[in-house]
Design a protein around this ligand. Structure first.
Ligand code: C2E
Ligand code: MG
Ligand code: MG
Ligand code: MG
Length: 291
């Protein structure tokens, strides 16, 4: 029951604090301290060109290890950060770390793309585009080496305003990617109207490849849609060679997944890059047009 404490101030009045709520509050408190204590890190999962098995880029994935709670999954703390608004602070940090790392790769002559997840609340910040522009300039990263991953739902609320924002980001040269494609509202109109560079097939559709006929039909349809609209297609969550071979037969451009590597800290990612080799954009474009 809610007890009023004067104008605009409410507290939840309960004789005994529910233990689930209490541990959630502790977790949230720990999350807010994690950044300054160096307990958060950005890992990088290779994105692989299916035709050549070379790395073309990486997705930035946030990792948190807490001394009391251990490794906390992003599936737990990202929604918590989204609800409390703290995602704006976290997201700004991830974006800067990612841009800095990609600028390092680029300086070493490895022009790999870095792809950063952006939550709705971050994307809606009035200064988001301006901050993006100044981060790119500050770290000297060519804008075409950055991609932002959005979910379909972000584009559907305040569609006009979000469309304008997407266009101004695309005008900067930054690529826009639709994450978890097929799991949202399946409103496809925006794909035609907006400058979307890539769509990522959700891993729930990849899991059943190559045997599940339903998954195969959906994946094949998404790839055809991408081809027809001139949008690149990435498959997420590829764990087996069979899945990759199926995606290759369906002419999917790229994959990410444990088959190649999970998300890695920067040093280990560098080592994986040296093992597999890097394919720069001009080369895979040439390879795509070659067949
Ligand atoms: P996502 O963006 O769809 O990221 C893909 C998730 O699939 C990652 O989980 C990745 O580790 C996992 N994954 C990759 N390959 C495989 C595979 O072969 N098999 C399986 N089973 N899983 C695979 P993760 O890192 O736990 O992240 C979960 C979600 O949390 C992400 O989904 C994304 O929505 C969110 N997230 C992670 N980092 C950030 C961030 O920096 N900012 C924001 N806003 N969200 C983030
Ligand atoms: Mg993602
Ligand atoms: Mg995804
Ligand atoms: Mg996801």
């Amino acid at each position: 029951r809610v007890k009023e404490r004067g104008r605009g101030h409410y507290s939840f009045y309960q004789p005994q604090m529910n233990s689930g709520l209490l541990s959630r509050m502790k977790l949230e408190h720990a999350m807010r301290q994690a950044l300054e204590h160096g307990r958060m890190a950005v890992f990088f999962q290779p994105q692989v060109h299916i035709g050549s098995n070379r790395i073309v880029g990486a997705e930035a994935l946030l990792r948190w290890t807490d001394p009391d709670f251990g490794v906390v999954s992003p599936g737990v703390f990202i929604p918590m950060a989204e609800e409390s608004g703290y995602i704006v602070t976290l997201g700004a940090w991830v974006l800067e770390q990612s841009i800095r790392e990609a600028a390092r790769w680029s300086e070493k002559g490895l022009p790999l793309k870095v792809s950063v997840n952006v939550s709705a609340l971050e994307f809606r910040q009035p200064d988001f585009v301006e901050r993006l522009r100044s981060l790119l300039a500050h770290h000297g990263l060519p804008s075409h080496l950055l991609e932002l991953e959005l979910t379909e739902s972000i584009l559907l609320q305040d569609a006009q305003e979000m469309a304008a924002r997407v266009r101004s980001i695309a005008d900067l040269g930054v690529g826009l990617v639709i994450d978890d494609f097929g799991t949202g509202y399946s409103s496809l109109g925006y794909l035609k109207k907006l400058p979307i560079a890539k769509i990522k097939i959700d891993q729930s559709f990849v899991r059943g490849l190559p045997h599940d006929a339903g998954d195969r039909a959906i994946v094949s349809a998404i790839i055809s849609l991408g081809k027809a609209l001139g949008t690149e297609v990435v498959a997420e969550g590829v764990e087996t060679g069979e899945q990759r071979d199926c995606l290759r037969a369906l002419h999917c451009h790229f994959f990410q997944g444990f088959l190649c590597s999970p998300g890695l800290p920067p040093d280990a990612f560098g080592a994986r890059m040296s093992e597999l080799g890097v394919l720069v954009e001009d080369d895979w474009r040439a390879a795509l047009h070659g067949g």
